[in-house]
Design a protein around this ligand. Structure first.
Ligand SMILES: [Zn+2]
Length: 277
């Protein structure tokens, strides 16, 4: 067959696809898990559809794709090919709109080599009604949760990779942006680049210096506090000692004057001495 003939034929097939899809006719290829083609009709697969339904129920209970896959496998369910469910398979099936009764067809085209499928513009897609496996409400709820989880993990992923993104500034005071391909921060106006590893090292060193000096400052302050308290205590003790000595002096003077008895004097002297010791 000549090259131009092949192109002509595949072109004609391509042109007929949207029409066939609109009529709900099979376009070739297998029906998704939970459905079958029967006499060119897209119908519920009685053995698979309960598993497809269970998938939504488990996900709504656990909110985890991996846990949902594990639970299905644990219950003994397998894919059409007889292999274990993976979180990727579960996610793809949870997202597939046919479960809520909307079958999208004609949304991919196969590239020249016939292997890679690419997405067609949305205007070319055809949506036909099909039997539901779950309610529209259930489907929307599950897919809202999936969307939130995916946007969250995408944000966290970026953050953990470049911990300083959004904080690095160039000497010209403009913000520096990550150039992922270079693994560097770049100033768009001066074109200055700094490797991510370098800037993180600088930041790390600076941070540990700050923490060290902060730690030392606190230690010094603590020590100063203790020293001050001890000094006060020492002063108090010295004062007390002086007072006691003064008291003793006055006792001695009183005794010499004959103001107190010998017994009284000895008793007082004894108690003063124990206090001074
Ligand atoms: Zn700059």
């Amino acid at each position: 067959m000549a090259e131009w003939e092949r192109e002509e034929i595949s072109g004609r097939i391509a042109a007929s696809i949207p029409v066939r899809a609109k009529l709900g006719k099979p376009l070739g290829g297998q029906a998704p898990f939970g459905y079958s083609w029967k006499n060119k009709q897209f119908v519920i697969n009685e053995s698979e559809s309960p598993i497809r339904k269970l998938m939504y129920e488990i996900f709504l209970r656990t909110l985890r794709k991996k846990t949902t896959a594990d639970e299905l496998n644990r219950l003994g369910h397998r894919t059409r090919k007889g292999v274990l469910f993976s979180d990727t398979t579960v996610t793809r099936l949870l997202k597939d709109t046919n479960a809520k009764g909307e079958r999208i067809a004609n949304y991919t085209k196969t590239s020249g080599d016939g292997r890679r499928a690419t997405l067609k513009p949305k205007s070319e897609w055809t949506i036909t009604k099909c039997p539901q496996i779950v309610s529209k409400k259930t489907w929307e709820k599950v897919n809202r949760i999936l969307a939130i989880q995916e946007s969250r993990s995408a944000r966290l992923g970026r953050k953990s990779e470049y911990l300083l993104s959004g904080f690095v500034k160039c000497s010209c005071s403009k913000k520096m942006y990550i150039r992922t391909s270079l693994k560097a921060y770049q100033c768009r106006s001066c074109n200055i680049k700094i490797a991510v590893v370098d800037i993180e090292k600088i930041f790390y060193d600076y941070l540990s210096e700050c923490m060290n000096s902060h730690y030392l400052a606190r230690q010094v302050k603590n020590t100063e506090g203790i020293l001050q308290k001890k000094q006060l205590l020492l002063e108090e003790t010295m004062n007390e000692k002086l007072n006691l000595e003064a008291t003793m002096d006055s006792f001695i003077a009183m005794r010499m004057d004959g103001g107190i008895t010998r017994e009284n004097f000895i008793e007082n002297l004894h108690s003063l001495n124990t206090k001074l010791a």
